[in-house]
Design a protein around this ligand. Structure first.
Ligand code: HAX
Length: 437
């Protein structure tokens, strides 16, 4: 057994009795109540999922395994001379709950190196898409196509004890995560670089290798590490995480589950918002002819969007009630590396004008920016200007968190998900506005 897997095995053995005890001895204890607004309104705030990989506090933001993002960036080891930590270290942290040592990270880097080769047919699948296809469609399809590699499905078909299902899920997950940077960069090469592919370099860590395949010089390696780490997980109730968990609960393998979660991420109210932010900014830039708008002009652009019945992309959140720390970390990066970038100045001006306007409009529960308000500006600055591609980058990072959850879902024997639906008639009866039949 490799180091990471052995550690994970021990952690699983330690954790299982906790879950078993909760179900067997405390299964009837009430956790939450459900209101009609929650039933109709997308289950906002309903405590009905469990994960130990991350937790989202409305005011503080995300914690990975108990650590705030600044702590994660401080504690995880970094490649020599690098500003940002190893993405591989985050994989270790999310799976085991422990901050890895340098040598434990080397093991994971080595694991990914061994698993990184993408099957030939995946390039053919990507090549067969018509040129106007959205990169998220291609990304999701490429991942789904790899189902034929699934160790989990083969083991299931052959007959496997359910206590052991986490093991092939782990194998598939590491195989997939290791291949995603190459798949993503190949999609980029096909769509935007005339098919000019750069093969992965096994001597590099995940962030540096991705920068190398994207043909972007330093500090794009730091950008890649930063990006993959902050996008990795946001507890279980968001659409991508929940979709991955839901599909996985049928004992579909990691390829099926991650492809499905990628489709959820591709919606404009979720991951696609990073592309929408850039589209919105470009619209303003076109109208301004490259001039920086004044505060008054920017306020007008924001009001025009709101008055036309559209949302301001990159602002608001279903859970957060403060500025997203993922936004703040990216902002700090911008202030350090690209303070004079025109689009960053636009984004900074928006940070000043949007929250008061959303407060004045009085609809959004959270007037503050989320991570998507900053992501695209950094990519644009370093030459990734094809903003349709930004959600693919999100998807590479998000896979790390969802895969960690899927492995633990199988380890803790979480069952098929099956909430109960009721009819509008029944809700009216519960509300007391219709007689009970
Ligand atoms: N601009 C304008 N109106 C907004 C708004 C925004 N940024 N955010 C919320 N509102 C509106 C909602 O549309 C809703 O209006 P109606 O009552 O007319 O339906 C009202 O305010 C209440 O919404 P809410 O309860 O505050 O927010 P929700 O939990 O319903 O939705 C969203 C959360 C993220 C979908 C929402 O804030 C939004 O649409 N934001 C813009 C898109 C965006 O940035 N999405 C990315 C979110 C982060 C993420 O998941 N990244 O992957």
């Amino acid at each position: 057994m490799a180091g990471l897997k052995e550690k994970l095995h021990d952690k699983i053995q330690q954790h299982r009795p906790r879950t078993t005890k909760l179900i067997k001895e405390y299964g009837d204890v009430v956790v939450d109540k459900v209101t009609i607004a929650q039933v109709i309104g997308g289950m906002r705030g309903l405590k009905s999922l469990v994960t130990d990989i991350s937790y989202l506090d409305p005011n503080e933001g995300i914690r990975y395994r108990g650590y705030t993002l600044p702590e994660v960036f401080e504690k995880l080891p970094k490649p020599k001379g690098a500003e940002m930590p190893y993405v591989e270290g985050l994989v270790y942290l999310l799976l085991t709950g422990d901050v890895p040592t340098e040598s434990e990270i080397s093991d994971v880097v080595d694991e990914f190196r061994k698993r990184r080769i993408v099957p030939r047919y995946i390039y053919e699948v990507i090549d067969s898409f018509p040129c106007c296809s959205h990169p998220m469609t291609i990304f999701s399809s490429a991942i789904l196509t790899m189902h034929r590699e699934s160790f989990f499905s083969k083991k299931y078909e052959a007959g496997i004890n359910k206590l052991d299902l986490w093991d092939p899920m782990y194998e598939d997950s590491l195989n997939l995560i290791a291949k995603l940077p190459e798949i993503a960069s190949y999609i980029y090469a096909k769509l935007y670089r005339g098919g000019k592919r750069v093969q992965s370099n096994p001597s590099l860590d995940m962030g540096a290798d991705f920068a190398h395949m994207m043909m972007k010089p330093a500090p794009y390696d730091e950008v890649a590490r930063l990006h993959f780490i902050i996008h990795a997980d946001h507890e279980s109730g968001n659409v991508s995480a929940h979709t991955g968990h839901l599909v996985g609960s049928t004992l579909a393998d990691v390829y099926m589950s991650i492809s499905a979660m990628i489709n959820g991420l591709a919606g404009p109210l979720h991951g696609l918002a990073n592309q929408e932010v850039l589209r919105w900014l470009q619209g303003v830039k076109d109208k301004m002819g490259d001039e920086i708008p004044t505060e008054e002009e920017m306020k007008q652009f924001v009001w025009d969007t709101l008055n036309s019945g559209q949302v301001i992309p990159g602002y608001g959140h279903a859970v957060l009630r403060k500025t997203d720390p993922r936004y703040s970390i990216q902002r700090e990066f911008c202030l350090k590396h690209m303070p004079n970038d025109t689009l960053f100045k636009y984004v900074d001006l928006l940070y000043k004008v949007v929250p008061p306007i959303l407060k004045e409009q009085g609809k959004a529960k959270n007037p503050w920016p989320n991570l998507d308000a900053q992501t695209g500006v950094i990519q644009w600055h370093y030459g990734v200007t094809e903003y349709d591609f930004y959600t693919v980058l999100f998807g590479v990072g998000r896979t790390i968190g969802i895969a960690a959850n899927l492995i633990w879902d199988r380890a803790l024997l979480y069952p098929l998900e099956r909430p109960k639906s009721i009819t509008t008639d029944m809700l009216e009866q519960i509300a007391g506005i219709k007689p009970k039949k």
